[in-house]
Design a protein around this ligand. Structure first.
Ligand code: SER
Length: 475
C-alpha cells in the first residue's frame, strides 16, 4: 500500500465515522510552549479546555488531520530505523464527542480491518499516586480480543506538556511488528505548571500515528527509509555519500529543511531558526552535491503539500551555503593562529564561526566532546538568565528618558516595516536611560543608505511632534 493511499484511507475512514477533515497547521506553532509543531493536538488545545467551540469552527466535535510535525528531541536519533526530525502525523481528535470505548474501537478497526495488520500488543497506564490505573481501556482491548495488554508508568503512558501547562492524560499505545505505531491520549485533566492536575469538564481524545512508521509496517520494510516516502530520495543521493547512516540523515534533513523553509522558518542563531541552521549545515558540511535532491523531495510531496516552495527552499539553501563557507574559512584561519586550545576557546570558535567540534578536534585530538557539551549547556543557561535579566530591567525602568527611548524604539520598528515590509518582526529589545536596542531578523546587512533612510524617517516623525494619547480599552 503506497503512502499516498494510506493517507487517503485514513482520512476517508474517519470521515465515514463522522469526523471533519482539518488541514495541517503550520510547523511554526501558535502554541508558545513549543518551538515547532510536534503533534496534531497542538492546534486543537483550545478545544480541549473549552476555550473554543469545535462546532462553530469545524461543524463537528470530532476531527481528523494529517499534521506536519517536527521533533527536535529526536535529531540525534536520526539514522536508526525509525526516528526522524520531520514526520507526518495521522490523528483523530474528539472534544467531548466520544470516550475510550469508541476511540479504541475506531483505531482497532482501522488497523485490523482497514489495513489488515496484526496488533502484537497494546500498553495502558499502570497508575500512580496521582492518577489511577486505566482498567477501563484494558477491558475494552481484552473484549476486542487483544490478549497481550501491558502496563506502563508515567514515562511511557502519560501525555502532557513538559515545563508548561495544558491538557493531559493517560495513554494507550498500539504495537505492530515490534514498533509503537499509534498513541491514543485521553485528555481528562489540565496539567498546571506546578504539576497539579485538574479534572477537565469535557473528555478529550487525541490520537497520533506517524505515517512513516505505518508505511514501514504496511509495506513490510525493515526501516522507514526503505518505504516509498524515502526510497526515491535515498536512491538518487550522490554516489559520494557512501555511509548508510549519512544517507539517512541527509534524506531526513533535506525533507525537513524543505518543509521548515516553506512554512516560513529562516536560518538564525536562535529558536526554530537555529534548528533549521543546524540541519542545513549538517547537510552542507559533507560537501556533497545535494541541492538537486530538493527538487526530488518537492516532486515526491507536492501532490499532498502543494505549498512546497522550491525556489524559496533553494534560495535559502544557497545563501546558507555561502554564509557557512565564509564562516568556516574565517574560523579555520583563527584556529590555525592558535598554538594550543582548551574547551572554552574551542566553544568560542564554534559559537563565533560555526566551526564544528569535529573540525576543531581534527587539529586537537585531545579535546573532549563531553567537556564541550558541558560548555554549550553552561552557555545556554547564561544566555537564558541574560534574557530574563533584560526583560525585568526594561519593564521596571519607567523614568522619562527610558520612556522616550521606548517610543523611539516603536518608531524605529515602524520605519523598518515601512521600508522593508511587515515581515520585519521584533525579536527582542533592550532599553535603558542611555540607549535602545532593537533585535530583528533580516537576511542581510543593511546598507549605509538604508540606515540613513530609516534614521530620517524616525527623525521626521519625532519632528512632527505627533500627539501621544492614552486610552483604556476593553480586552
Ligand atoms: N499527542 C500524542 C502524540 O503526539 C497523540 O497524538 O503522540
Amino acid at each position: 500500500m503506497e503512502s499516498r493511499e494510506i493517507r487517503q484511507r485514513f482520512l476517508d475512514f474517519f470521515v465515514k465515522h463522522d469526523h471533519k477533515v482539518v488541514p495541517s497547521a503550520s510547523l511554526i506553532p501558535t502554541d508558545p510552549s513549543v518551538l515547532l509543531t510536534t503533534a496534531g493536538m497542538q492546534q486543537f488545545k483550545p478545544y480541549y479546555i473549552g476555550q473554543a467551540d469545535p462546532f462553530k469552527d469545524f461543524g463537528s466535535k470530532n476531527v481528523v488531520s494529517i499534521q506536519k510535525s517536527f521533533r527536535t528531541s529526536d535529531i540525534d536519533e536520526v539514522g536508526d530505523d525509525s526516528h526522524l526530525t520531520f514526520f507526518e502525523m495521522l490523528g483523530n481528535f474528539s472534544f467531548g464527542g466520544y470516550g475510550k470505548q469508541e476511540a479504541i474501537k475506531l483505531v482497532h478497526e482501522f488497523i485490523t480491518q482497514e489495513l489488515k495488520l496484526k496488533i502484537d500488543y497494546v500498553t495502558i497506564f499502570s497508575g500512580d499516586g496521582q492518577v489511577k490505573k486505566d482498567e477501563e481501556s484494558k477491558k475494552i482491548w481484552q473484549d476486542l480480543g487483544i490478549k497481550d495488554v501491558r502496563e506502563c508508568g508515567r514515562a511511557d503512558n502519560f501525555w502532557g506538556p513538559t515545563g508548561s501547562e495544558g491538557p493531559c492524560g493517560s495513554t494507550t499505545e498500539i504495537y505492530v511488528n515490534g514498533i509503537e505505531i499509534w498513541n491514543l491520549v485521553f485528555n481528562e485533566y489540565y496539567c498546571r505548571t506546578d504539576g497539579a492536575l485538574e479534572k477537565l469538564s469535557m473528555f478529550g481524545v487525541d490520537t497520533g500515528m506517524g505515517l512513516e512508521r505505518l508505511a514501514m509496517v504496511g509495506q513490510e520494510k525493515k526501516n522507514i527509509f526503505e518505504t516509498d516516502l524515502f526510497a526515491p530520495i535515498i536512491a538518487d543521493l550522490p554516489a559520494s555519500i557512501i555511509d548508510e547512516k549519512t544517507k539517512r540523515i541527509i534524506a531526513d534533513h533535506l525533507r525537513a529543511i524543505s518543509f521548515l523553509i516553506t512554512d516560513g522558518v529562516t536560518p538564525s542563531n536562535k529558536g526554530a531558526g537555529y534548528v533549521l541552521r543546524r540541519l542545513l549545515r549538517r547537510v552542507i558540511a559533507g560537501n556533497h552535491d545535494v541541492a538537486p535532491m530538493i527538487g526530488l523531495v518537492v516532486d515526491n510531496y507536492q501532490t499532498f503539500y502543494p505549498e512546497l516552495n522550491q525556489p524559496k527552499i533553494l534560495k535559502i539553501f544557497d545563501e546558507e551555503k555561502t554564509k557557512y563557507s565564509e564562516a568556516l574559512r574565517n574560523g579555520l584561519r583563527e584556529l590555525e593562529k592558535l598554538s594550543k586550545i582548551d574547551t572554552i576557546t574551542a566553544f568560542k570558535l564554534y559559537e563565533s564561526y560555526g566551526l564544528p567540534f569535529e573540525v576543531i578536534k581534527d587539529h586537537y585530538p585531545d579535546l573532549s566532546r563531553a567537556e564541550f557539551e558541558k560548555e554549550f549547556e553552561r552557555h545556554q543557561a547564561v544566555s537564558r538568565a541574560g534574557i530574563v535579566g533584560k526583560f525585568t530591567g526594561g519593564l521596571a525602568d519607567h523614568d522619562s528618558k527610558t520612556i522616550k527611548l521606548h517610543t523611539a524604539h516603536h518608531l524605529l520598528l515602524a520605519s523598518l516595516q515601512q521600508i522593508f515590509g511587515k515581515q520585519i518582526k521584533q525579536r527582542g529589545s533592550n532599553i535603558n536611560q542611555e540607549r535602545l536596542r532593537l533585535d530583528f531578523s533580516f537576511d542581510r546587512k543593511l546598507t549605509d543608505e538604508e540606515k540613513k533612510k530609516i534614521e530620517e524617517l524616525v527623525n521626521q516623525k519625532i519632528a512632527e511632534d505627533l500627539p501621544v494619547t492614552k486610552k483604556e480599552m476593553s480586552k
